[in-house]
Ligand binder design. Structure first.
Ligand SMILES: C[S@@+](CC[C@H](N)C(=O)[O-])C[C@H]1O[C@@H](n2cnc3c(N)ncnc32)[C@H](O)[C@@H]1O
Length: 261
């Protein structure tokens, strides 16, 4: 019987491989097998040494190659076979990544595991766009929320509580729920002119930014044609990106395209 090996639940960060932690890199370099989600960037996967087995679990916001039960079973099977498993997840494994469900499953079956935190999309993508999550006098807190609806199509959101002008709101898996967030936040009392930004493929070379307002959010994102992964931030701090961000914003890019004819 091989000795049971451990599973490392490793956060890969938002995409730029230089945003990996040293610990994440060590696990990538020493694993026998890497089980990764589709959100993990190609550049991060390129750091896995040749010859190490890679298995795509394919989990990407609702689309699954393997079901969560199949992923849980796979991790257990690999660990029980004595393989050192690196379970690589986009961002941080414990932020909307179902990493905690995988960890609970491992605990229930007596498989040793370690969690390696990663930079989550909210902090990675916004910092890369020059936007702080909090700023004295602008935002005293931050709220991370998923736009992914329950099976009955409902978002479990208390709009009045969420429409807080002193809190930065970051919506993960935002695309399908944009209209509901705009309408709910406006109905909850947030000002239509509240700054908002959508970030697609943040920190990667193909990153796109769409800077707008709460009222214009849906039209601006549709006009920009952003593709997943997209996260949206809404709040006063977003305006600081005009000063602190270095990447060209989407409207500027499209104005430039228009003026070139
Ligand atoms: C299933 S959640 C996983 C979140 C991940 N565990 C984290 O901590 O960032 C996937 C969502 O994260 C957001 N996301 C992750 N990486 C992103 C990136 N590079 N650019 C924009 N959004 C990203 C998007 O909202 C995407 O739909």
């Amino acid at each position: 019987m091989p000795e049971i090996a451990s599973v490392a639940l490793v956060g890969a960060g938002p995409g730029d491989p230089e945003l990996l932690t040293l610990k994440a890199l060590r696990h990538l370099e020493t694993a026998d097998v890497v089980v990764y989600d589709r959100l993990v960037s190609r550049a991060v996967l390129d750091l896995v040494p040749p010859g190490v087995q890679r298995i795509c679990a394919g989990k990407a916001c609702g689309k699954h190659l393997l079901s969560q039960d199949e992923i849980n079973a796979l991790l257990m099977r690999l660990a029980k076979a004595g393989r050192r498993v690196c379970r690589l997840k986009g961002g941080d494994p414990f932020v909307f990544g179902r990493g905690s469900e995988e960890a609970l499953h491992l605990v229930a079956h007596g498989i040793p595991f370690e969690v390696v935190p990663g930079i989550t999309a909210a902090s990675g993508c916004l910092a890369a766009a020059g936007i702080p999550l909090t700023h004295r006098g602008m935002a005293t807190g931050v709220r991370l929320i998923t736009g992914h609806a329950r099976e009955n199509g409902e978002l479990e959101v208390e709009w009045r509580a969420l429409a807080d002008p002193s809190t930065t709101l970051v919506v993960y898996m935002a695309l399908a729920a944009l209209e509901r967030f705009r309408d709910g936040l406006l109905a909850g009392g947030l000002a239509p002119a509240t700054p908002a930004i959508a970030v697609a493929s943040g920190t990667l070379p193909e990153q796109r930014l769409c800077r707008t307002t709460l009222a214009e959010l849906c039209d601006a994102v549709a006009a920009a044609g952003l593709e997943a992964p997209v996260m949206v931030a809404i709040g006063a701090v977003v305006a600081l990106g005009d000063i602190l961000g270095r990447a060209p914003v989407e409207e500027e890019a499209s104005h430039a395209r228009q003026s070139r004819g």
